[in-house]
Structure formats: structure tokens, C-alpha cells
Design a protein around this ligand. Structure first.
Ligand code: AG3
Length: 281
């Protein structure tokens, strides 16, 4: 069992018996939504813990280690991001970081599970008001379908999904990357979380391979995320003549805790064997 009443602990079990766990004070909430099992805990030392289908989505203390890294590198590699699309991200952390840019005129978030948004707004509040920002548009729906059908075009597309196994698998397919590429403006950036470097290496390689077939250039990087089996991997697809290795430091929001735009180049570190595997693709 991932949650043990006796041990007062929640553990996420990854493949091959690798666990990431938190001591918990209490289980605050538990429900089966239309799409997944949602749990919320109060941990001993990291604030609230949000779990979907047994996988850690975030812990309150340190959630910025994921949200800053998912958002700011692409936002600063694009010269003037006005229209941003977020797929997933129901807790609102990604939306919050996107809206820190004045250049953003509209940020559309497409989340399939309304319950994730509701529970996050009521119990977590990490959106810090982002859902009430007049520039934010929340669509409850299927991101795959939305991206295929929308007439809108975006400067940046951010995929803040669950793991590349199960229902979110479609978000890591060549087909999906093609619709994303199509819906980016002439110059645009796409970023997705791509799982644990050590424990989902094959999924990372598959996603990288599929992205390379579609985007003009593809970059990979990794970052230690609190609450996940780190390092965690991220993939970036570029359309047009943008260089993801270059960021405009002058536009960086004040008070970043994890992502260091002045040291952008340090993002690109990967364990050697993984880099070699990726380069073979
Ligand atoms: N998005 C999910 C990242 C995947 C975590 N995977 C895992 N623990 N096995 C996070 C949502 C935060 N906005």
C-alpha cells in the first residue's frame, strides 16, 4: 500500500522497487474522480502533498523546483511570449509562473480533470490567485482533442502532465507533437516533463525520438525536483529559428529559487550514459 496508516507515511513506488516517501500527519482528502484517484495529505515537513493515481504531483514546500524549471527557461528563450498554452497543470502552479510575464496577453490552460482544479484551489492554493487573473482562460477538456481542433496559435506550449504511462501516454506521441508543432506560431517553443531520468529512461528516449521527427530542434535537460525520483527530465521542441541555449536574463522575474537564468547552461546536464543513449537516437 502506498499509504500506511500505521507508519503514517505515503510512499510512491517507482519501477524496480524505488520509493519516494513522506511522513504524513493526516490524509486530508481522498476521492475517485472521473479520471483518477486523487489524494491529499498533510506531510510532516513539506506542507501538503497532492497524489494522482498513486504518483506524487507536488509537495507544497519546494513545488517551485518543478514549476520554475518547466516555465521560465522556455519563456526566456522566446523573445516575446504573448500566447501560452498549458496542457494539464490542474493545480495552477504552472499557470502562476506563466502569468509572471507582462508580455503574456492570454494563458490558456486545458485540464481534463475538473476535480484536480477544484481540490487544488480549495485546499492547496498554490495558484496564488492565478485562476482569477483576467488573462487566464481555463478549459476543462481533453488536451489532445483541444490541440487538434483549436484555431488559436501559441508562442509557447507547456505540457504539465502525469507520467508517460497510462492515460497521459497520448501526450507523448508523435501525433500529438505534430499538432503542437502546427499550433505554434512561426517561432515557438514546446516543453514537456518527461519522467525520471533513471527510472523512466526508455520513456524519455521514446519521447525524444518522436519529438525529433517533428520539431526543428529538440533539447533535453534534467533537474532535481523535490518529491520526484530525481533527476527529472524535460524535453524542449523548437519551431523556427530560436535557440533554447540562449535566454534573455533581463526579462527574468524577480525571486527565483531554483532555476538560475544566469547559469542557464547548467540545466543541460545529464548523466553521461543517458546523454549517450539520447545522442544515439
Ligand atoms: N506533473 C506531474 C509530474 C509527474 C510526476 N510523476 C511522478 N511522481 N511519478 C506535476 C503537476 C504539477 N503541476
Amino acid at each position: 500500500m502506498p499509504y500506511s496508516e500505521e507508519e503514517r507515511a505515503f510512499i510512491e513506488w517507482y519501477p524496480r522497487g524505488y520509493g519516494v516517501g513522506f511522513k504524513v500527519k493526516e490524509r486530508l482528502f481522498e476521492t475517485q474522480t472521473k479520471y483518477q484517484r486523487l489524494e491529499l495529505y498533510e506531510t510532516e515537513g513539506f506542507g501538503k502533498l497532492l497524489v494522482l493515481d498513486g504518483t506524487v504531483q507536488l509537495v507544497e514546500v519546494g513545488e517551485e523546483s518543478y514549476h520554475e524549471v518547466l516555465v521560465h527557461p522556455v519563456m526566456l528563450a522566446h523573445p516575446n511570449p504573448k500566447r501560452v498554452l498549458i496542457i494539464g497543470g490542474g493545480d495552477g502552479g504552472t499557470l502562476r509562473e506563466v502569468l509572471r510575464y507582462e508580455s503574456v496577453e492570454k494563458a490558456t490552460m486545458v485540464e481534463i480533470d475538473e476535480m484536480v482544479v477544484e481540490v487544488s484551489r480549495i485546499y492547496l492554493g498554490i495558484d496564488r490567485g492565478a485562476f482569477d487573473d483576467p488573462r487566464a482562460e481555463l478549459i476543462i477538456g481533453d488536451g489532445v482533442k483541444y490541440l487538434k481542433e483549436t484555431e488559436e496559435r501559441f508562442d509557447v506550449i507547456i505540457v504539465d502532465s502525469t507520467d508517460p504511462v497510462g492515460p497521459a501516454k497520448l501526450l507523448f506521441s508523435e501525433d500529438f507533437y505534430r499538432s503542437a508543432y502546427e499550433k505554434l506560431n512561426e517561432r515557438g517553443l514546446y516543453i514537456t516533463q518527461a519522467g525520471s531520468v533513471y527510472l523512466f529512461t526508455n520513456e524519455l528516449l521514446d519521447a525524444y525520438k518522436a519529438m525529433k521527427k517533428v520539431f526543428d530542434r529538440v533539447y533535453y535537460f534534467s533537474f532535481p525536483v523535490i518529491g520526484y525520483a530525481s533527476p527529472w527530465s524535460f524535453l524542449v521542441g523548437v519551431k523556427g529559428d530560436l535557440d533554447f541555449r540562449e535566454v534573455d536574463v533581463s526579462r527574468a522575474p524577480e525571486k527565483l529559487y531554483y532555476y538560475d537564468p544566469e547559469r542557464h547552461e547548467t540545466l543541460f546536464q545529464m548523466p553521461k550514459y543517458v546523454r549517450e543513449l539520447l545522442e544515439k537516437e
